[in-house]
Design a protein around this ligand. Structure first.
Ligand code: ADP
Ligand code: MG
Length: 820
């Protein structure tokens, strides 16, 4: 045997020595060098052997180790996805997030030097897949729909389920489904030699996968787990001394300070949502966006260079606000902060060593509603002489690896849709992330070299309040949609479905009650004709039901537009984002003169104008004197059809990306109605423009909304003239005879207490005695921060409201036809 002339890791990777059917790939030398750095590449042989010998393989490796970009290429090079190989079907790769599906397809295409669509993606309304595609990235939702159409997934030779550790609902259901598809394909292969078994690769960034690997309900023998050793540089973790509740403010302080003091290197900041990101981005731009680039600051952090061990603190019963933590290095040299928070303002008056100004900040937001082209900007290098500062939601936690990040700032919170089992209400709440997530986040700083993670919470809070792992999403969501999908695939007994973590029986029973009410399933729990039809639409069962009653009074085009609007994310930009914050405060903090400069006056004028425009526009959306959110939404969707431009959206404080999606959804829904329901064969799916509905149609539409949300009615609690008007859940019989509200919940008087009209609703502009007696809401929101002090705990507010009459509700409850 001849000795290799070069150490193995320096040899070019197998571009030529492919075995039979393998595909030879000529990669760019730069890409080849970058690949060799990835831990996963070192494990190629082991991974491919495991896949060769097993139908199901699990790969665990830290974020950035190369799983998503490399494993599909391994399969491709081994012949999967090639038409004339023994394994000709597509290589499917699923992602929980659209942004990851798109960007990863692009990256893998680049790495393979793909000029066509060999590597393609498919997300809900967009795709690049064609006849030449071999590797198809898609959201897990897309593959789930494909399973519903072909349970054998004949198009595919291999499926890679990525980010399985995130435990999204779709991923969980998909893995349950795939466990059966694998069996089916193995059976089919035995009978017919032209059919090949399907390979399943489950990839996870953490080792917490026992729910999947050691779960006899899923896989009778545990699949092999290949662990890829992370090639991670050390990350020094700095806890805050105190955990402040105003964490966006705290992030601003820390980032400002860090920017001035830390050597060059990208910042990645984790916040909970778009609002906060925009707010912080504006503040940072006001403070650092305009200053000229300079050489790197000379101050070095000195306090904690070595990997940090969390100092042991006796937490006792103390409130976390009294607990200080170790020095995080961003205080160094400034005695003023030694003792904590009283002298906060002082912190901004830093004398730069050597008098150099700070670098310019190149600030980029990253959240799911951001237009795709803006999302992709995070992969571009920042302008010369500036520091990249990425303000992200947990999109950046595991699915995307952003180059050049050396410093992570972690607020430690995330906004999650939560679901209260007892009251059956959903809410968006900000809560602590899990320890596993916190560690994922800090790991993002160690990709290119040693890094630092600044946590905006104390180690005491981390130890005491952070759960080890987050619950699977399936346990935190209403599951009527999942239940209907499964039933529509003839899985009568949903309890028997191989869920990686099964939802509790109470939740399943409740979902079935709602589906029965919506007439999607029969008394015996089997899917009805209506239910089968409902399952065709990419909508929650509530909206699907509305759609199917929507043709009365010639309402169908309006119903489609309304349902599309209601099931999309919020179209309206909230007031606090629409109106620019004043620059005066920043001026003070920068130590400038506190008097009003010309700039401040201009800013104030701009703000006043924006507020006026905002109010005028928002009121204008309510036509026919209607005050419901539903009809306001319909109006916006209708107007956008006449002027589908970004400029129009900007002028009207609505989101272009969401409206574009609604437009696509309208067409999709109309098309599905046209092709699936004989009576609607003449529906024109491309008719975007609508005449305003008649008052009678408006009433009918409201009643239809109520039909889908019959269990989410609120009734005026009192007639007190003192605002705000209070609402509560109705009690059966007393308030609305016949209304089957309470049995749905199984609770007579939910402990939720009073609920209020959200201030963004047009109904909030009514005087107390004009407020309707009954409203139907889409969801309840405990706005903001449930971690706030007791007295600042937010009220529970109803979102997306439709006013209805007692008569309409009673008619619905009795099942009588809609109003005439
Ligand atoms: P994993 O899936 O294990 O988290 P990835 O395969 O996503 O890892 O990333 C592997 C490497 O590829 C990372 O080091 C990352 O920097 C690089 N990479 C991924 N996407 C891009 C991109 N769009 N541009 C540049 N580099 C990228
Ligand atoms: Mg990945």
């Amino acid at each position: 045997i001849e000795e290799d002339p070069l150490p193995q890791e320096l040899q070019p990777t197998k571009d030529t020595d492919r075995k039979a059917y393998g595909v030879a790939v000529q990669r760019d030398p730069e890409i080849m060098a970058a690949r060799l750095q990835l831990p996963v590449v070192g494990e190629e042989q082991k991974i491919m052997e495991a896949i060769h010998n097993n139908d199901i393989v699990v790969i665990c490796g830290a974020t950035g180790s190369g799983k998503t970009t490399q494993v599909p290429q391994f399969l491709f090079e081994a012949g999967y996805g090639s038409p004339d190989s023994p394994t000709p079907g597509l290589i499917g790769v699923t992602q929980p997030r659209r942004v990851a599906a798109v960007s990863m397809a692009k990256r893998v295409g680049q790495e393979l030097g793909d000029k066509g669509n060999t590597v393609a993606y498919q997300i809900r309304f967009e795709g690049t897949v064609d006849a030449n595609t071999a590797i198809k990235f898609m959201t897990d939702g897309v593959l789930l729909r494909e399973v519903a159409q072909d349970v054998a997934l004949r198009k595919y030779s291999a499926i890679i389920v990525d980010e399985a550790h995130e435990r999204s609902v779709n991923t969980d259901i998909l893995i349950g489904m795939l466990s059966r598809v694998i069996k089916l394909r193995a059976e089919m292969a035995k009978e017919d030699s032209s059919i090949k078994p399907l390979k399943l690769v489950i990839m996870s960034a953490t080792l917490r996968i026992d729910d999947m690997t050691h779960n006899p309900v899923l896989f009778s023998t545990p699949p092999p787990v290949i662990e890829v050793e992370g090639r991670q540089h050390p990350v020094t973790v700095h806890f805050a001394r105190k955990t402040r509740h105003v964490y966006v403010e705290e992030a601003f302080r820390k980032i400002s300070r860090g920017h001035k003091k830390l050597p060059p290197g990208g910042f990645l900041v984790f916040l909970t949502g778009q609002n906060e990101i925009i707010q912080l981005s504006k503040r940072l731009k006001a403070a650092f966006g305009g200053s000229t680039a300079a050489t790197g600051p000379k101050v070095r952090i000195s306090a904690t260079e070595a990997p940090v061990e969390v100092e042991d603190i006796d937490f006792g019963e103390m409130d976390d606000r009294n607990i200080t933590d170790m020095d995080d290095g961003l205080y160094d040299g400034d005695e003023d902060d030694e003792e904590g928070d009283e002298g906060e303002e002082e912190e901004f008056k830093i004398e730069e060593e050597g008098g150099t100004g700070p670098l310019k900040m190149h600030i980029l937001p990253l959240y799911s509603l951001l237009p795709t082209k803006d999302q992709m900007k995070v992969f571009e290098p920042p302008p010369e002489g500036s520091r990249q500062v990425i303000l992200a939601t947990n999109v950046a936690e595991t699915s995307l690896t952003i180059p050049g990040i050396r410093y992570v700032f972690d607020a430690g919170r995330s906004k999650e849709r939560r679901f209260d089992r007892l009251s059956g209400v959903q809410s968006f709440e900000i809560g602590w992330i899990s320890k596993a997530s916190a560690n994922q986040r800090s790991g993002r700083a160690g990709r290119t070299g040693p890094g630092h993670c600044y946590r905006l919470y104390s180690s005491a809070v981390y130890e005491r309040d952070f759960p080890q792992f987050a619950d699977p999403e399936l346990l935190r969501m209403p599951i009527e949609g999942v239940v209907l999908q499964l039933k529509a695939m003839n899985l009568q007994k949903v309890v028997n479905f191989p869920f990686p973590t099964p939802p509790d029986r109470q939740a399943l029973a409740k979902a079935e009650r709602l589906l029965a009410y919506l007439q999607a399933i029969s008394e015996t729990g089997s899917v009805t004709k209506i239910g089968t039809t409902m399952s065709i639409f990419p909508l929650s069962p509530r909206f699907a039901r509305i759609l199917l009653v929507g043709h009365l009074h010639d309402c169908l085009p309006y119903t489609i537009a309304l349902v599309a609007g209601l099931s999309a994310p919020d179209v309206f930009i909230p007031e606090n984002q629409a109106i620019p914050p004043l620059a005066i405060k920043e001026a003070d903090e920068e130590g400038r003169q506190p008097f009003r400069t010309n700039e401040d006056v201009i800013a104030e004028t701009q703000q006043a104008n924006a507020r006026r425009a905002f109010n005028a526009v928002q009121k204008n959306f309510c036509f026919l004197d209607d005050k419901s959110d539903a009809i306001k939404l319909l109006q916006v969707v209708g107007e956008f059809a006449h002027e589908p431009t970004e400029a129009w959206c900007e002028a009207h404080f609505v989101r272009y990306k969401v409206l574009k999606e609604i437009k696509q959804l309208r067409r999709q829904l109309a098309d599905l109605l046209r092709t699936n329901i004989p009576g609607f064969a003449n529906l024109n799916p491309n008719q975007d423009k609508l005449e305003p509905p008649s008052p009678k149609q408006v009433q009918a539409l409201k009643q239809m909304v109520a039909a889908g949300f019959i269990d989410q009615v609120a009734i005026r609690a009192d007639k007190s003239p003192i605002p705000p008007p209070m609402y509560r859940k109705p009690r059966r019989a007393i308030d609305v005879p016949y209304l089957p509200l309470v049995p749905l919940d199984g609770v007579e008087d939910p402990a939720e207490g009073m609920v209020y009209i959200h201030p963004s609703s047009p109904l909030a502009h009514l005087s107390v005695d004009e407020c309707p007696d009954y409203v139907v809401y889409s969801f309840l929101q405990k706005a903001g921060n449930v971690l706030a002090d007791e007295e600042r705990k937010p009220k529970t507010r109803m979102h997306t409201l439709t006013d209805v009459t007692g008569g309409q509700l009673a008619a619905l409850a009795k099942g009588t036809p809609l109003i005439s």
